[in-house]
Design a protein around this ligand. Structure first.
Ligand SMILES: [Cu+2]
Length: 123
């Protein structure tokens, strides 16, 4: 009888562990740092973006689109200083609220997404 309970406890422990052990999803690209930082107030109409992730990202298969008061545009995505960084630039921004949408492919083959909102003001 006692043996049966031990077996049940072992099965329960294995099931519980299965839920805790991180799978490949843990390697998704997570944004660690950005320039400008979220909710920044930028003076002028030009912005240089730099996004740093927790893992290598594929610049060629990542997308950055900038949503502005006068419309949305796709930015040219470049590899940053390291393989975990992406950079891009935008010019001619009208003053107001902008949101950079990032759609990034990390080394594990998964895409992750996020947004970076900021404001621009006339110089
Ligand atoms: Cu993943």
């Amino acid at each position: 009888m006692a043996r049966k309970y031990v077996l049940v406890a072992m099965v329960a422990a294995v099931l519980a562990l299965g839920g805790l052990v991180p799978g490949p999803a843990a390697a998704h690209a997570v944004l660690l740092e950005s320039s400008p930082p979220p909710k920044a107030e930028v003076l002028g109409s030009k912005v240089e973006f730099n996004l740093r992730y927790n893992s290598r990202v594929d610049a060629k298969r990542s997308r950055l689109s900038l949503q502005s008061p006068n419309g949305t545009r796709n930015l040219e995505v470049r590899q940053g200083k390291s393989e975990a960084e992406l950079s891009a630039r935008a010019e001619g921004l009208s003053p107001g609220q902008h949101v950079l949408h990032w759609d990034v492919l990390s080394v594990d083959g998964h895409v992750s997404r996020g947004v970076l909102p900021f404001m621009t003001f006339e110089k």
